[in-house]
Ligand binder design. Sequence first.
Ligand SMILES: CC(=O)N[C@H]1[C@@H](OP(=O)(O)OP(=O)(O)OC[C@H]2O[C@@H](n3ccc(=O)[nH]c3=O)[C@H](O)[C@@H]2O)O[C@H](CO)[C@@H](O)[C@@H]1O
Ligand SMILES: C=C(OP(=O)(O)O)C(=O)O
Length: 426
Amino acid sequence: MQLTPLHVQGGRELSGEIAVQHSKNAALPIIVASLLSRERVTLHGIPHLSDVMTILDLLAHIGTQHTWVGENSLELFTPEILNTDAPYALVSKMRASFIVMGPILARAGRATVSMPGGCAWGPRPVDQHVKALRALGAQVNEDGGNFEATRQGSLSGHFIFELLTVGGTHNAILASVLGDGVVTLENASIDTDVVDMIEFLNSLGADIQGAGTNTITVRGVSALRGGTYTVIPDRIEAGTFMMLAAATRSRITLTNVRPDHLRAVTGKLQEMGVDITEQGSTLTVDARNRTLSPVNITTQSYPGFPTDLQPQMSALLATVPGTSVVQDPVYPDRLTHVAELTRMGANITVSGYTQVIQGAPLHAAPVKAADLRAGAALFIAGLTCEGDTVIDGVQYLNRGYERLAERLRGLGANVTQPEGNLAAAD
Ligand SMILES: CC(=O)N[C@H]1[C@@H](OP(=O)(O)OP(=O)(O)OC[C@H]2O[C@@H](n3ccc(=O)[nH]c3=O)[C@H](O)[C@@H]2O)O[C@H](CO)[C@@H](O)[C@@H]1O
Ligand SMILES: C=C(OP(=O)(O)O)C(=O)O
């Protein structure tokens, strides 16, 4: 769906306080994990995002009744699994939806999930999800663009991931929670979003040990009870606003932050010369009157520098005089922001997954976001320069940033966006 573009008029210092939303990428798997309980689950800290609406549409198809019981609170209830399939029309909107395979398989003994398509920035394989489920005793066949998984008894056994995968770890855990098997996952992801999902599941009575380490043991339980859980703050949104503060040479205070989840980001910004102070769950970023230095970054799995902040960091570095090198081996093709930043005067040379950035002041231009974090890079860039930067592709921003224009206006930014339209990205 085509939405009215976002208009950004920058070149002024921002100031004030902004409350960071709760984590999109933790909320989505926790919503999916609620499928494992037959009882009512209440979740607090669910941001109003198109991705959340998309996953709720998929869960409604599977058999979940949902009710918003507060601004960011959601009650979920799945007494029965009504459909064991996740059709392409829903999975193709959001790749994260592939992890419904685990809980549907656990509860119903079979699951048919459409093969996810490619993203704007290239392929995102699910081979590790499939290998893990097969190693734990499920049969998984590919047929007509779908993966069909079945199991005879409970999943059990041992799997060593060939690489660190957040979604693959989610899926394998979700498939193993119910039953009487014991599952050991090695080289598992230690990402904050995996830890949060495990803590949620354990709060409902699951028996999962090793959260935050590379070895996770899941002992099957007969059923999960209902419960209430609050999702962690969004470290990617926090990082985006930290980069916005640095790029606009402003002082911004972020509340609802887990500073311990942001060490790699904080370290890099400090290396550039940005002043960062932490106080509990509040973090103040001050780049006023500072000469920032170029830096080099390479993305890695958590706790390394996140790929989900690579485009925003590239936008920031495009404004910092000197040469910076940005490498994204996690998603080597995640480069849709480059051509658009170039339209704004950025000097970025790409070779493979490496961007060599020569910083210089940017100028306003009409640009188009082709994915969520590319969109974030563009609003950061737009807020550094005078004139009207018109950002098309607002549906991608709506995937990940709640009431973005309104919240940025709270910092003194001149940003306008059609309000209230949560249409999902195609
Ligand atoms: C909704 C959600 O939480 N999305 C995040 C999640 O995606 P997602 O869970 O899809 O990402 P993964 O952690 O699985 O991907 C990490 C790397 O592993 C590769 N891989 C993954 C699975 C697989 O079966 N085979 C394989 O080769 C991927 O191509 C990538 O290079 O983590 C990514 C990496 O931090 C983030 O960019 C996404 O924002
Ligand atoms: C890439 C992201 O999400 P997804 O994995 O759903 O595409 C993201 O949050 O930056």
